[in-house]
Each structure stands twice: as structure tokens, then as C-alpha cells.
Design a binder for this molecule. Structure first.
Ligand code: DWN
Length: 404
């Protein structure tokens, strides 16, 4: 029996995907033999409602100097982060504010502050994405954020007015140590604002592909509140975000320091109505996931039997879960198109499907394209009109398997 990383109570595994490769472990042909696998299973805590991986992968295996995901690879995401930064900047009141971002990746969010000459610091353990941020004029430290690091920042640069994190906290296995570090770095009246994929949306959309090694937690307001409560903080506002398949932005402060918005009580009540605290909710999710796997495999097998060419679009982290869980290999999917230079010329983790640049997609459109980057569908469908015009069909699997 595994225990909850947040409260120590026993947890119940509701979905076991079996052996999985690293979600971002894109590899060269000569590395197939030595590729590593781990057991991907996800559990629910009856006590604090935290949904979490039971078997996190050592962080150095995932976040390193060849980390292949760059936030700025989507123009819509860049716009989302520009608007996020502008709203934070509007609320800065001190004379010489200091803004820190944990997990700052290529600096897409902090660039706004850098361009406005606001004191800022990005922190990221992956040297290559941090270097991209520095090249864009964003001050970035290559580090994991922990209490000693926070103390060093305070000693050299002072405490922060605001600490930001986007798609970062769900990657951190020890949230109590994280809160300890936040407590050191944040000014007494400061705000912690973070956003991550929202559990309610994962259940609603059946987006099981959000489950992979890097995502240790699948947050709800209920679990976030229990975590922060144990650390002297509280959620003072929540705002739903339409990115990454449905995210939640949590604004937090030290307990009692700020007025709590009515949106917090509203969302808490909605989570009770949706049964986010009940084990049967997760048992039902598991059945829907299993059905989706059967339907997707069935569609792909039938398309191949008809002699049609099928390619993937977007070599996302999420695609690693889908491909390996559904057993989709090169016999069903010819290649995956992706804009990231670091991924191009490699093979997908586990199933070893070639990753090719978009030129390969455009030079000879496949008959169908499996949209792994479904969270960027608006942006992609807008620019890939020629594929549809040529008779191409998109295969979607979120929220359900469909051919459009
Ligand atoms: O939390 C995480 C999220 C925020 O980002 C990380 N653990 C890793 C990463 O997850 P992901 O890889 O599932 O993220 P995306 O944003 O869905 O990945 C999009 C992929 O698709 C990138 O490799 C870029 C590619 N892409 C493309 O080929 N053409 C993206 C767009 C918009 C395009 O037009």
C-alpha cells in the first residue's frame, strides 16, 4: 500500500498504465536497446482527495540540458502568458517590485517583466531552456527551487512581491518542501500565483493523456487547499484558464492576510457536486479511459486496413501515454510532425515512431492526422486549412474518439 505524498494516508490506485517510457524521452535509433521504463500508475487519496502518481521518476531523468519542451512553441500560449504577466504587473504596488517564476522554461512569461524593466528572476533546472530564456533577456538561474536556494535569493536579492508558476507545481513531488521555500522567499503580504491542468477538466474531457511521469499531481481546489492549509497559506482566488486542455489559476497568500473571493467557495461546492472527493468518480474515469483506448485502436487499425496513410500531429508529452497505452506503433502511424528542432530526427519514446519536421507533413499530406496537440487545436486548425482542403481528416480522441 502506498501512502499519500501530501497527508500520509493510504491511497487507492485507480489506473495502472503498466510500463511506460519517459514522456519526453525522444531518442535516437541507437538508443532503443537501453531505453528505460517505469510503472505509471495513478492513485486517489480518500483523506485529502489528492490525485497523484505512485511511482515518481527521479527528476534528473526528466529535467536536464536536453529538455525538449519550449513554452514559446505555441503562439497562443505566448499570448496567454503575456496577458497573465500584464494582469500581475497591474497589481504590483511596491516601488521596486521583484517577481520570481518557478519553472520558468524559456522565459515566455517573464519576458513581459524583462521588457518592462521589472526586477525578476526565473528558476529552471533544465539548462537548455534556461539558456533560451537568458538569450531573450530574462534573468534565469539553473536550479531546483528549494529552501536553501530560496534563502540564497533572499540574501542576495531580497524577498519577492509575487511568486509565479505555470505548469510547474504539478511536477514537484515534495509540495511541503516547496511551500517551505515559498514561505522563505515571499514577502509577508506577497502573493503566490500558480496554474496547472485542472483535475475537473481531465475527468470531464477524459484527457487521460495528461497522466505521465512529469505530472506527479492532478490538482483540484480541494487538494490544493488541504496542502496549503497545512503550510499556513490559503487560496484567495481561482480563475479557470482555457489552456492546456483546461487549467486552474490559484492565487494564494498567507492565511488571513487577504480577503477570499467568492469564486473559491463556488468552485469548492462544484467539486463536491462533481464527486472529486469520491473513489467511484475515479473508477468510472478508468472505464471511460479503457473504452477510449479500444475505440482509438479500432479506428487506426481500420484506416490502415483500407490502405490509408495516417500521421501524428504534435509529438507532445501526452502522446507518449496514448501511443504506449494503446499500443500504437509505426505500423499504424507513419510519422509524427513536430515544430521542435530538438525532437525532429528522433523517435517517439517506447513506440519508436519517427518524429519529422512539419515540412514532411506539408510535402505529402497523409489521409488522416491524429491530433496529439489537441490542446492547441484552435491554433493548429487555423494554420492547417490546406490539409482539410486536400481532403485530409483529423482524428481526435479528446473528449471522445472521432474523425473530422
Ligand atoms: O506540463 C507540461 C506542459 C505544459 O508542456 C510539460 N510537462 C510538458 C509539456 O507538455 P506537452 O508536450 O504535452 O505540451 P504541448 O504544449 O501540448 O506540446 C505541443 C507540441 O506540439 C510541441 O512539441 C510543439 C508541437 N507543436 C507543433 O508541432 N505544431 C505545437 C504547435 C502549436 C504546432 O502548431
Amino acid at each position: 500500500m502506498t501512502s499519500c505524498r501530501l497527508c500520509g494516508a493510504p491511497v487507492e490506485v485507480f489506473l495502472d498504465f503498466g510500463p511506460m517510457p519517459l514522456a519526453n524521452g525522444f531518442l535516437a535509433g541507437e538508443d532503443f536497446e537501453t531505453e528505460g521504463f517505469f510503472d505509471l500508475s495513478v492513485a486517489f487519496c480518500m483523506h485529502c482527495a489528492a490525485v497523484q502518481l505512485t511511482n515518481p521518476v527521479p527528476r534528473e531523468k526528466m529535467f536536464h540540458s536536453r529538455y525538449p519542451f519550449f513554452t514559446g512553441s505555441s503562439t497562443r500560449m505566448a499570448e496567454h502568458f503575456r496577458a497573465f504577466a500584464a494582469s500581475v504587473a497591474d497589481d504590483l504596488r511596491s516601488e521596486d517590485p521583484f517577481v520570481v517564476e518557478i519553472g520558468s522554461n524559456d522565459g515566455t512569461l517573464l519576458r513581459f517583466f524583462a521588457n518592462s524593466s521589472v526586477r525578476h528572476l526565473g528558476i529552471d533546472p533544465s539548462a537548455n531552456v534556461a539558456a533560451a530564456a537568458s538569450e531573450n533577456g530574462v534573468r534565469t538561474a539553473i536550479a531546483y527551487f528549494d529552501p536553501p536556494f530560496a534563502a540564497e535569493v533572499v540574501r542576495t536579492q531580497g524577498q519577492a512581491d509575487v511568486i509565479l508558476a505555470a505548469n510547474c507545481f504539478c511536477h514537484i513531488p515534495d509540495l511541503h518542501r516547496l511551500a517551505e521555500a515559498v514561505n522563505i522567499l515571499l514577502k509577508p503580504g506577497g502573493r503566490l500565483i500558480f496554474e496547472d491542468p485542472y483535475l475537473g477538466d481531465i475527468l470531464r474531457l477524459n484527457s487521460y493523456d495528461q497522466i505521465y511521469d512529469e505530472h506527479v499531481f492532478y490538482f483540484s481546489l480541494t487538494s490544493v487547499s488541504r496542502w496549503l492549509d497545512a503550510c499556513g497559506f490559503e487560496v484567495i482566488d481561482v480563475q479557470k484558464q482555457p489552456v492546456h486542455g483546461g487549467s486552474m489559476r490559484y492565487t494564494c497568500a498567507r492565511r488571513g492576510a487577504c480577503r477570499v473571493s467568492g469564486a473559491v467557495a463556488d468552485l469548492r461546492a462544484r467539486e463536491v457536486c462533481e464527486g472529486l472527493h469520491l473513489p467511484e468518480t475515479y473508477a468510472q474515469f478508468r472505464l471511460r479511459v479503457e473504452r477510449s483506448r479500444e475505440e482509438l485502436s479500432d479506428v487506426l487499425v481500420k484506416l490502415r486496413q483500407r490502405g490509408l496513410r495516417v500521421a501524428g500531429y504534435g509529438a507532445t508529452s501526452k502522446s507518449t501515454t496514448v501511443l504506449n497505452y494503446c499500443g500504437i506503433g509505426p505500423s499504424l502511424l507513419e510519422f509524427i510532425s513536430d515544430t521542435t528542432p530538438l525532437k525532429q530526427g528522433t523517435f517517439s519514446p517506447g513506440m519508436h515512431i519517427p518524429i519529422l519536421p512539419p515540412a514532411s507533413f506539408h510535402s505529402a499530406f497523409p489521409d488522416c492526422a491524429l491530433l496529439f496537440a489537441w490542446n492547441h487545436a484552435d491554433e493548429i486548425l487555423a494554420k492547417e486549412g490546406a490539409f482539410r482542403a486536400s481532403g485530409g481528416k483529423w482524428i481526435r480522441y479528446v473528449p471522445r474518439v472521432s474523425l473530422v
